[in-house]
Design a protein around this ligand. Structure first.
Ligand code: FES
Ligand SMILES: [Fe+2]
Length: 423
């Protein structure tokens, strides 16, 4: 018997009827239609964190980034600026660079050897007609900019203009950690078996932090609760947090390090949140006792006890910056139920593995935490894929999950109304 073709998901209908205060309906997480919409409405129109300066230390160093059907080359040019281009040859469209990273003198298409400079200009196209104008065939550029060592790209020709304001607010917090001068100590790619929004939602709450025993050695799991909603079991931890917070604020003030929470997760096009706060234990880093994992600090700090600087940007990134190292996270959708989570550990460029830091100690907490999160995300994906799933309520401590969902739905609505207008 012939199987009925499943009806296409009416994305506009689901977006229009989304209820605030609860998780999204199943098609947002499981359908190809929403995956395609997310690529166009979110990932192709907003600023995405895709790499660090430290991954591109020299001119010609590049990474390629796959965003749905797009492939982007992010490369350091001869002026040491980071540039980005579509990885599509201007001759007959071949994918130019096939590797995830590497170093090039020029960018050469392997099909008919069209050769581009790292500034995207076409330098050489063999055997063309005499009237051929190479200047008309530069690589198509993609907006790229760095914020204190973090590389963002935007595929839209008219990127959200508020990114400058976000960068201006975040840079004073980020810059003291010197990430532009750091080096990559480790990078781990993990493919989570879940929709990218489940990855992000999971990141935006600590309601599930009981499932992270390694993390809780250093991390205060009171994130998102606030005084009123604190469960009794977290009360002693919260008291410890308050004491650590008072102590660390004195340090921040004496060093002139900004620490106040700025939270604009769903109130602007480039949603973000930034805050400096204490860590538990020795208060220095993400290790089993909270002590620094790297003896050589990222900057000339007089103490390693700086807690962490937490920075979140919508749609796809979060960061932890400590005195001794920093960790960056990006989430890139691979399919409706697959997401690449790339974690990068940065240390001072002169820190020496085996002398200043032990790689296992440096990466242990977050490598374990990521694996645990991947299981939570896979479990969530399995659940929302069941016909029995109905959206459930966000707890008060999940306010940043809700802010993420609010931001996301707002961005979809903006896209859908723009495309409607253009019809
Ligand atoms: S498609 Fe790239 S040189 Fe022909
Ligand atoms: Fe987690």
């Amino acid at each position: 018997m012939k199987q009925a073709t499943p009806a296409a998901v009416d994305v506009a209908e689901f977006v229009a009827r989304r209820s605030v205060g609860q998780s999204l309906e199943a098609p947002f997480y499981v359908s190809q239609e929403f995956f395609d919409l997310d690529i166009e409405a979110v990932f192709a129109r907003h600023w995405l964190f895709v790499a660090t300066d430290a991954e591109l230390p020299e001119p010609g160093d590049y990474v390629t980034v796959a965003i749905g059907p797009y492939s982007i080359i992010v490369v350091r040019d001869d002026n040491e600026d980071v540039r980005a281009f579509h990885n599509v040859c201007r001759h007959r469209g071949a994918r130019i660079l096939g590797e995830e990273r590497g170093t090039v003198g020029n960018i050469v298409c392997g099909y008919h050897q069209w050769t581009y400079g790292v500034d995207g200009k076409l330098l050489h196209a063999p055997s063309q007609a005499p009237d051929f104008a190479p200047s008309c065939f530069s690589l198509r550029s993609v907006h790229a900019r760095t914020v204190a060592g973090l590389v963002y790209i935007c595929l839209s020709q008219t990127p959200p203009e508020d990114f400058d304001e976000v960068a201006a607010q975040a840079e004073p917090y980020l810059a003291p950690h010197n990430l532009a001068k750091a080096k990559v100590a480790a990078q781990i790619d993990l493919v989570e078996n879940g929709n990218w929004k489940l990855t992000m939602e999971n990141n935006r709450e600590c309601y599930h932090c009981g499932g992270h025993p390694e993390l809780l050695c250093a991390y205060f799991p009171t994130y998102g609760y606030g005084e009123q909603n604190l469960p009794a079991v977290l009360r002693p931890t919260y008291e410890r947090y308050l004491q650590a917070d008072a102590a660390v604020r004195l340090t921040y003030d004496s060093l002139g390090l900004p620490y106040t929470l700025v939270e604009e997760l769903d109130t602007r096009t480039t949603g973000f949140r930034i805050q400096r706060e204490p860590l538990d234990g020795a208060g220095e880093s993400y290790t089993s006792d909270g002590k620094a994992a790297c003896k050589r600090l990222l900057a000339d700090f007089p103490t390693a006890r700086l807690g962490r600087l937490a920075f979140h940007t919508q749609p796809n990134a979060w960061f932890h910056l400590m005195a001794d190292h920093a960790i960056t996270f990006s989430a890139i959708p691979l399919g409706p139920d697959r997401t690449l989570v790339r974690t990068t550990w940065l240390v001072h460029a002169d820190a020496v593995e085996g002398i200043d830091y032990d790689l296992d100690t440096l990466t242990k907490v977050w490598a374990a935490t990521n694996e645990q999160d991947a299981l939570f995300v896979a479990r969530a994906q399995q659940g929302v894929s069941s016909p029995a799933y109905v959206p459930g309520p966000y707890a008060p401590s999940e306010e940043d999950v809700e802010a993420f969902a609010n931001w996301y739905v707002t961005r979809l609505r903006a896209y859908l109304s723009d495309t409607e207008r253009q019809r």
